[in-house]
Write a protein that binds this ligand. Structure first.
Ligand code: AP5
Length: 314
């Protein structure tokens, strides 16, 4: 029987075994029957140079049992290395994927005062978790722009900074949540529920959420945020003229300011918010997480991700 070994294996084998195996090789003659010269040094040289090992019958040189033992050992080492490499290739998926995998169709509510950063965080959350972003403010503004019946009913309230009546907005949200994309991908309610009546309507319809995120920002900071806010009508991206202005002159030129983003109207909006907030929060005590919304948007975003993880794995 002839064993075929790779040159590196054989070189290693020879270097390990030469000292103890030379008893197999006659010491006196110039060449032996295996084509290997007989001095220890010459033999080592010959084996290193003869990379094809055509002239070497290694079994006869080292003995069959020693060879079998050696090959078996090499095979088990190779197997262990392959198993280690395969294990190293299995990387854990990112946190967001873990959450989606655990809980397909995540259902989230984000709440907070006007300009507390809900829309800013929603841009990040929807990308991260693949949920459908439902901003009641955006839906109502779109309805006003399109002149729909809902838009006509909502316009005067919005212009005054007041909340649109529950009976106008509840039906709009209920219809949207019933659509296929929300059922399949989950949803992120931004700005709803905003009154106890809206929270009760969700509960009565059997709609429950996984996490209620509340962004906490004091009023004095909110006024500055409202006045400086601008929106890109093409991308929908939210900017702030002081805290996060665009770098691009074209974007800067097309930015729009919301009609309710004035100092006068934000006061009314804040009054409406304070009149309802505790009752709404009280409806979500078990799944609520309060986050400091005064930190930089990236920091807020990390806290939001941690809150979602904690609720989803709870
Ligand atoms: P809506 O559009 O929902 O307005 P809102 O609740 O007042 O919230 P905003 O959109 O003003 O602020 P935001 O929290 O999204 O903050 P943003 O991320 O933009 O509602 C408008 C109107 O529609 C209501 O007044 C009402 O009439 C009606 N309506 C809507 N829903 C209703 C409902 N359920 N029932 C009845 N009526 C309803 O950030 C604000 C600014 O701050 C931006 O410039 C941003 O760049 C900046 N910013 C954000 N985060 C940070 C940060 N961490 N640090 C520094 N700056 C930041």
């Amino acid at each position: 029987m002839k064993y075929t070994l790779q040159s590196s294996t054989l070189a290693l084998l020879v270097s390990v075994c030469l000292g103890s195996s030379l008893a197999f090789v006659p010491a006196a003659s110039n060449t032996n029957p295996f084509g290997v010269k007989n001095t220890q040094l010459d033999m080592a040289e010959e084996l290193k140079l003869d990379t094809d090992f055509d002239n070497v019958e290694i079994v006869r040189l080292l003995g069959l049992r020693r060879m079998q033992k050696f090959v078996k050992k090499r095979q088990s080492i190779a197997k262990a290395i392959a198993a280690k490499e395969a294990a190293a290739k299995i990387e854990p998926p990112p946190a967001a994927v873990v959450i989606s995998a655990q809980k397909p169709g995540l259902k989230l509510i984000i709440a907070g005062a006007p300009a507390s950063g809900k829309g800013t965080q929603c841009e990040i959350i929807k990308k991260e978790y693949g949920v459908v972003h439902l901003s009641t403010g955006d839906m109502l503004r779109a309805a006003v722009a399109e002149g729909t019946e809902v838009g006509k009913q909502a316009k005067a309230f919005m212009d005054a900074g007041k909340l649109v009546p529950d009976e106008v907005i509840i039906g709009v949200v209920a219809d949207r949540l019933d659509q296929k994309d929300c059922k399949e991908s989950g949803w992120l309610l931004d700005g709803f529920p905003r009154t106890p009546g809206q929270a009760d309507a969700l509960a009565s319809a059997g709609v429950s959420a996984d996490c209620f995120i509340f962004l906490n920002v004091p009023d004095e900071i909110l006024v500055d945020r409202v006045i400086g806010r601008r929106t890109d009508p093409i991308t929908g991206k939210i900017y702030h003229m002081t805290f996060s202005p665009p770098n691009d002159d074209d974007i800067l030129a097309r930015l729009e300011q919301r009609s309710d983003d004035t100092e006068e109207k934000v006061k009314v909006r804040l009054e409406q918010f304070h009149a309802n907030v505790e009752a709404v929060k009280g409806s979500y005590n078990e799944i609520g997480v309060e986050i400091d919304g005064t930190a930089a948007p990236d920091e807020v975003s990390k806290a939001v991700a941690a809150a979602i993880s904690s609720r989803v794995s709870a």
